[in-house]
Design a protein around this ligand. Structure first.
Ligand SMILES: [Zn+2]
Length: 149
């Protein structure tokens, strides 16, 4: 029996076909911007495209280890956290209500399911929201940031 084999099948980080990040290592050595469609999904430095934006789980690094860009001058603040709490809360409550009405599982199923889902949603949502804000700020002040004062 013949089985078709996709020799050049490459999956991206989230299972999509094709690499989202192109030649990450090569372009970074040269210091040119990496071609990424949605860079804030991956915590990449807005200037050089290295994966240096985050120091902790949701904590920005003080500066880029590769190009030395100062991340601390971007004051993203706690704005995203409040929005995110509302969004994640709505999603989780909606999901829990749907699950309860559709399948009426025992209580421990809810506890096992929604605690990790909320945590993951909050952490990744916060990372993405904070990076997106930093990117917006960087795009707006890119002219000034490039100049030495
Ligand atoms: Zn950098």
């Amino acid at each position: 029996m013949a089985v078709p084999v996709h020799r050049r099948l490459r999956l991206g980080r989230f299972g999509r076909a094709g690499p989202l990040i192109q030649d990450d290592d090569q372009t970074n050595k040269k210091g040119s911007p990496t071609l990424v469609r949605l860079p804030y999904l991956y915590g990449l430095c807005p200037r050089c495209g290295s994966r240096t934006l985050f120091d902790g789980v949701v904590q920005f690094a003080p500066d880029c280890r590769i190009c030395g860009m100062d991340f601390s001058k971007f004051n993203v603040g706690d704005g995203p956290a409040a929005f995110l709490t509302l969004i994640v809360g709505a999603l989780v409550v909606g999901g829990a209500a749907w699950l309860q009405i559709s399948f009426a599982p025992p209580f421990w199923v809810h506890a096992m399911l929604w605690v990790p889902i909320s945590s993951v949603l909050v952490v990744y949502g916060l990372r993405i929201a904070k990076s997106a804000l930093l990117y917006t700020e960087y795009a707006r002040s890119a002219g000034e940031a490039g100049r030495k004062k």
